[in-house]
Design a protein around this ligand. Structure first.
Ligand code: AMP
Length: 232
């Protein structure tokens, strides 16, 4: 399955990708996570991307396309869910070109819809573990010990780009540059939309309903982990 998860920052794309990879045999490719990993490794491309990321602007298309093209090529069985990429019409067109040369195009796109106030609340309250990447929230997902990661005890931090002024920029970039992708994929007839302002479990249920339906129409049902396990 070749899938794209669309939605504003804070719409829960990363969270739902975790649920999706637990149930279906696809690899999670998050452009934001890949960029953050590369920044830690101080790769040349990621160094160029750093200032854009910290101010909440989109990284130039040529940089992110090179990084994501490499990540897609590395997925050996071809099954993936893209999270945070594409984010502009030009990136989507590049993605189509990349996939034309490989097995085939994007088959399914899920758009997680959420309003700006919810995004602001979710992102400015988010805290992450710098060691393992675990995600918490100051109100809705508190660690057992205040300010410390449950897994490794590391001190939780706020991502630079989760500060209110940067979130405002990220939302602006989303509305200006990324939202047109909804129409791009609607025209291709592969878009499914859902209300992502609900509880995580409810959104997951809606996501699974769409994806189970997708797999039901295919011959290679074994790629669904739920079939392998015979559960749910
Ligand atoms: P995310 O964690 O997906 O919100 O991404 C964090 C930051 O990485 C964004 O605010 C952008 O600066 C950059 N970024 C991630 N994906 C892309 C993309 N597809 N195009 C341009 N910039 C991106």
């Amino acid at each position: 399955m070749r899938m794209v998860l669309l939605g504003a920052p804070g719409s829960g794309k990363g969270t739902q990708c975790g649920k999706i990879t637990g149930r279906y045999a696809v690899k999670h490719l998050s452009s934001g996570d890949i960029l953050r990993r590369q920044r830690k490794l101080k790769t040349q491309l990621a160094q160029k991307a750093a200032s854009y990321m910290d101010s909440g602007e989109l990284v130039p298309d040529d940089i992110i396309v090179r990084i994501m093209a490499a990540a897609i090529r590395e997925t050996s069985d071809g099954g993936f869910v893209l999270d945070g990429f594409p984010r502009t019409i030009d990136q989507a067109a590049e993605l189509d070109r990349i996939l034309e040369d490989a097995d085939g195009g994007i088959e399914i796109v899920l758009n997680l819809k959420v309003d700006d106030d919810t995004v602001m609340r979710r992102l400015t309250g988010r805290r992450v573990c710098p060691e393992c990447g675990a995600v918490y929230h100051v109100r809705t997902l508190q660690p057992k010990t205040a300010g410390r990661c449950d897994r490794d005890g590391a001190e939780l931090v706020q991502r630079t780009d989760d500060k209110p002024e940067v979130v405002a920029n990220r939302l602006q970039a989303y509305h200006r540059q990324t939202k047109p992708l909804v129409q791009y994929y609607r025209q291709k007839g592969i878009l499914h939309e859902m209300d992502a302002g609900r509880e995580i479990e409810e959104v997951t249920k809606a996501v699974f309903a769409v994806l189970d339906g997708f797999y039901a129409g295919r011959d290679d049902k074994a790629v669904c982990r739920c079939e392998q396990r015979g559960s749910q």
